[in-house]
Design a protein around this ligand. Sequence first.
Ligand SMILES: *Cc1c(COP(=O)(O)O)cnc(C)c1O
Length: 365
Amino acid sequence: MTAPRLEVRVEAIEENTRTLVDRLAGKGIVVTAVNKATLACPAVGSAMLRGGATGLADSRIDNLARTRSAGITAPLTLIRSPMPSQAARVVRDCDISLNTEGVVLDALSAAAVAQGRTHGVVLMVELGDLREGVAAEDVAALARTIGQRPGLELLGLGTNLACRSGVVPDQEKMDELSRLVEKAESACRTGLTVVSGGNSANLDWALSTADPGRVNELRLGEAILLGTEPLHRRPVVGLHTDAFTLVAEIIEAREKPSRAWGVLAQGAFGDQAARPDTGTVRQAILALGRQDVDPDSIVAPAGVTVLAMSSDHLVVDLGDHDLSPGDEMSFAVGYSGLLRAMTSPFVAQVEQVPPVGVEPTLNRF
Ligand SMILES: *Cc1c(COP(=O)(O)O)cnc(C)c1O
């Protein structure tokens, strides 16, 4: 089979979604599943919906358009503030967007009127992480103007923490969001239906809080896809962490000294850490490079040590493994490894595990 390839177990993604949907339902919180790390792979998006996600979200309108053309009819949300130049596409290809800017709202309103559609708006609030968001004191006033723009409907408020600065979404931050919802409701004289508390970093809070307040939605990507939470990159109990496996092929396997010799300067990607002299190692080169995956975001099989990676070569110490050119090796991936593998034109994507007797489908996007 072709290599390198990313094997995707969609049923693990479906089960992860269902587990999170069930646990959060007890708190009155629904899950919008974020599929941006897979470039909106429709098989993954469908698995998320089968698992109970109420809709799909992405930060790029191209990915949402692709989701729609794959025949997915669930509500689609653009979770990066729209580019004004793309307002018409945003209104056409998705149902809801997260917003912070009056000029963007004007452009969305004009596009919605031109297309005879209503576009849903969630207003994002800045609660300290210093990425997108309107200052707390400006929320009510801006919220009031949204429903006055033809073609737009204010659905609610949202916030995003732990992305730029690692600010933890705790009870205090979520209580502040709930208070702002109430302020916005009185300013608009209408109820807000969506209170989007955040991303996978909110799970610790959401699963342990006795008081979710007004928060009734989370936008979850990493926890569903990788089974981990981003605050400490720990596995979430009960979730699969092996939905994705990166497989690469060995192109050289030789006994080599553990230490380089000659006058040493920089390697292709900067200084190489000096390696201890462990005599001779069983070294293998795999046809996998920085163009395919982030070397800091892969985990080698037990007993194998990653030594170095250039654009196209991964060098490992095989330890006791007896492998030869043509043999394959599997790696677990972290978030940035997944992202790069999914965006590399050199990495094929293969859906696992096909029913017995059926060839796996090769899915190049
Ligand atoms: C990426 C993103 C998410 C999902 O984050 P995960 O950590 O993958 O759950 C949610 N909201 C916004 C605004 C995002 O950009």
